[in-house]
Design a protein around this ligand. Structure first.
Ligand code: ZN
Length: 73
C-alpha cells in the first residue's frame, strides 16, 4: 500500500493525515499527468501536494472532495 502520513496544511492541527496518490480522474481534473501528487484523505478535505513538499500543492475541485466521515464509522 502507498498510504502515508503527512501533516495537512488545510486540516491543520498538530497531527498528521493519511495521504494517498491522486487517481487518474483527479489528475485529469487538475489537468496534469504528474504522478508525484498526493492528496489528504481526511473527510471533506481537498488538499493535494507533491510528495516531498507543500509548494505546488493546492485544493482539488469541490466535486472531488472526500465524502463525510459517516461512512467510516
Ligand atoms: Zn487534509
Amino acid at each position: 500500500m502507498f498510504f502515508k502520513d503527512k501533516h495537512c496544511p488545510t486540516c491543520g492541527g498538530g497531527g498528521t493525515q493519511v495521504f494517498t496518490p491522486l487517481t487518474p480522474e483527479e489528475r485529469k481534473a487538475l489537468g496534469t499527468d504528474r504522478t508525484d501528487l498526493w492528496r489528504c484523505t481526511a473527510p471533506g478535505c481537498r488538499w493535494y501536494q507533491p510528495w516531498s513538499h507543500r509548494a505546488g500543492g493546492g485544493r482539488l475541485p469541490e466535486e472531488l472532495q472526500n465524502p463525510g466521515a459517516d461512512a467510516a464509522v
